[in-house]
Design a protein around this ligand. Structure first.
Ligand code: SF4
Length: 690
């Protein structure tokens, strides 16, 4: 079918289909009232809806408006308009007004029927192809493309010829089978853009099933696009259905605008001066089509604010929307106290026997067109119960990839190509989603980088908590409500916000809500991927204090990834500094901070201002990290290192043990500990690489 929709289609931004203001809630009146408000706020939607409602009323109660029988040839032929026959009569002696009124019902049945069925097929095929990927995407995409390139009207004529004099049901079936492909392609493009959004990754890591993710997580976020698809398909049905009836492919004895045109053409209405017989059904088809098109355009604009015409900045009511205020943080020890506080296990800097997480020689490789890139290069790390480990480094150093590899959340083209991840004695590498679901969230949970992306925008916080608990077998409503309120309170948010949607919370509150969700089952390990990066410094500090308090209170271990070394240094027990996919330095946070051994660590520290002490000019680290598809032959930091020697460009440094710290730098080769390479002697610090 032709490009009858104004929907942006494949080029649409990921957010186009979202309806922040009118996000649908399941269940009755709130969703309807939001839809009503959305329609009222758009002139196009209002005009289209008014027209459509008029047509629906006419279709429902035609006898109230027209009193003459539509098909009876009982009147004088070819009369002009009069009080008895408002639009005159046909050459066959039928009342044209009655035919136009009674014909509305069949056109609407075809439009709504084809709209519903075609959209259902398009959603099913488009979303399934995008989410399942691989062979599914290939075969469903091929089917869609084949249908798109076949000239539709000739195809319809061929099919309709075989089912000549077909009733309404057959017409709906034929139009559905031929009409779903255009909107399926649009929906697939939209679903593809959503596939790797954090809130879907979060649902996956919570252990949700694929069907559940498609039906409950993906499809509701595409509401406006699905409504626009329905309108597109309905418009297509009005135009093509009437066209088929006009050329006689349908039951000519039914009363419909298309069959009116058929009989008018057969009786040469225009040539014999019976203009209204041909013009009235034509105008009605155009008007009904315009109603569907106006609503379609309006929903495009609702889904994509960039398409809306610019109006007064303050809006119709002259008020800007209220901004949600962050809830005050729960009372807790002062930051300074927490900065020096030790985690429950901080005194015993992990040992192989007592670690809950043992990462050995973990290697992650990206398959790129220009070759493979090793983003994480043989990293080993142990995390003890209740320990807080910070992982720091510049963008692209591999810290987030390491974190995703530990949580088994990597997606193509990234893959674990070496090493192991053992959590509580069980290897996670190679487990299926079902097997991982038993571990994730209950024992190991993940807090994603941006809560706005990680939380489902069209579901309330409480509904998302409920989903997570149900996915792990908690079915008692009371238990779910109590625990949801409890965890929200733990992070300093009033339980009334369980009814709030993510967009109704401030950035800090959203991130706290994510942490609350991670706490639903009080896991042993919480993995956090830059949870503070989108917050201002005050909110960052407040959130870090909250995380530390929870960790001390409930004794779970934390792996905290950040690029902000100064922030994490106040809260972590150990610090792992990564550079170019490798461990550059690891040790107790205080030692690394007080006397950094690696020139890169020292450079990172010099990039942050000190709150106390004299004001000094920040130097930063010159240059950029190396291209990991062609890493330097010697030390990877050599091109940027202020202490590099000629040897550094040729010799690859290993990890050397200096006291309680491990460092990858030739300057410390003299302190090499031959035991580092021995897994049994990975050391109380529990880290090695190479
Ligand atoms: S090995 Fe050489 S280049 Fe690398 S960090 Fe040490 S001094 Fe700098």
């Amino acid at each position: 079918m032709g490009p009858v929709s104004a929907t942006a289609g494949p080029a649409a931004s990921p957010d186009l289909a979202l309806m922040p203001a009118g996000a649908p809630r399941r269940g009755g009146r709130p969703a309807l009232s939001r839809l009503f408000r959305a329609v009222r706020s758009s002139r196009k939607a209002t005009a289209g809806t008014v027209l459509l409602v008029i047509f629906i009323l006419v279709a429902l109660f035609p006898g109230v408006i027209a009193h003459d029988p539509p098909n009876a040839s009982i009147y004088p032929r070819a009369l002009g308009p009069s009080a008895q026959h408002l639009l005159g009569t046909t050459a066959l002696g039928q009342d044209i007004f009655a035919q136009a009124i009674f014909g509305t019902r069949q056109v609407l049945i075809i439009a709504i029927g084809v709209g519903l069925f075609s959209t259902a097929v398009a959603v099913l095929i488009g979303v399934a192809a995008a989410y399942l990927g691989g062979l599914w995407d290939g075969s469903l995409g091929l089917l869609t493309d084949v249908l798109l390139v076949i000239p539709l009207f000739p195809l319809l004529i061929v099919i309709a010829t075989y089912v000549q004099n077909a009733g309404t049901a057959v017409l709906v079936l034929v139009l559905t089978l031929t009409g779903w492909s255009y909107t399926a392609r649009q929906l697939r493009a939209q679903a593809l853009s959503l596939r790797h959004r954090d809130f879907l990754e979060a649902a996956r890591v919570r252990g949700e099933r694929r069907l559940y993710i498609i039906l409950v997580e993906i499809i509701p976020t595409m509401t406006s696009l699905i409504v626009a698809s329905f309108m597109t398909n309905a418009l297509y049905a009005v135009l093509f259905g009437s066209s088929l009836q006009f050329i006689g492919l349908g039951d000519p004895n039914t009363v419909s605008w298309g069959t009116m045109l058929y009989w008018a053409e057969n009786n040469e209405a225009l040539q014999t001066g019976q203009y209204l017989w041909a013009i009235v059904p034509g105008v009605l088809i155009v008007t009904l089509g315009a109603a569907f098109a106006l609503i379609n355009y309006a929903f495009d604009e609702i889904g994509n604010p960039a398409l809306r015409p610019v109006r007064g900045r303050r809006g119709r009511r002259g008020r800007l929307p209220a901004v949600a205020r962050p809830a005050p943080a729960a009372a807790g020890p002062a930051t300074a106290d927490l900065a020096t506080a030790q985690s429950p296990a901080a005194g015993q800097l992990t040992g192989p026997g007592g670690a809950i997480l043992e990462v050995r020689d973990l290697t992650v490789t990206y398959a790129m067109e220009r070759g493979t890139v090793t983003a994480v290069d043989r990293v080993s790390l142990d995390v003890a119960p209740g320990e807080f480990v910070g992982i720091v480094g510049e963008s692209g150093c591999g810290k987030s990839t390491l974190l995703f590899a530990i949580a088994q959340l990597l997606a193509g083209p990234a893959a674990i190509t070496g090493g192991s991840v053992v959590f509580k004695g069980r290897s996670l590498v190679g487990l299926t989603d079902t097997q991982l679901a038993a571990v994730r969230w209950k024992d190991l949970s993940v807090v994603m980088q941006s809560a706005m992306n990680a939380l489902n925008p069209v579901k309330s916080i409480g509904a998302q908590f409920k989903d997570a608990m149900r996915a792990h077998g908690v079915s008692s409503r009371q238990e779910i409500a109590d625990r949801s309120a409890e965890v929200l309170k733990m992070v300093g948010i009033d339980s009334a916000h369980l009814k709030s949607h993510p967009h109704q919370l401030s950035g800090g509150m959203r991130q706290r809500a994510m942490i609350a969700m991670a706490m639903l089952f009080t896991p042993d390990l919480v993995i956090m991927d830059e949870p503070t990066s989108a917050l201002d410094v005050v909110a960052q500090r407040s959130l870090m204090v909250q995380i530390k308090e929870l960790q001390q209170q409930y004794g779970f271990a934390v792996i905290f990834v950040t690029h902000d070394m100064s922030l994490v240094s106040h809260f972590s027990d150990r610090l792992l500094v990564m550079y170019a996919g490798q461990v550059a330095e690891l040790g107790a946070t205080r030692e690394v901070f007080d006397s950094p051994l690696h020139p890169y660590t020292a450079g990172l520290m010099e990039a942050f201002p000190s709150i106390r002490g004299p004001r000094v000019e920040l130097s930063g680290i010159p240059g950029t990290p190396p291209d990991l598809s062609r890493p330097p032959a010697g030390c990877r930091f050599a091109p940027r290192c202020p202490r590099a020697t000629t040897r550094c460009a040729a010799d690859r440094p290993e990890l050397y043990q200096i006291g309680a710290t491990q460092v990858r730098c030739l300057l410390h080769e003299h302190g090499r500990n031959s035991g580092i390479a021995d897994p049994d002697l990975t050391g109380p610090q529990g880290v090695s690489s190479d």
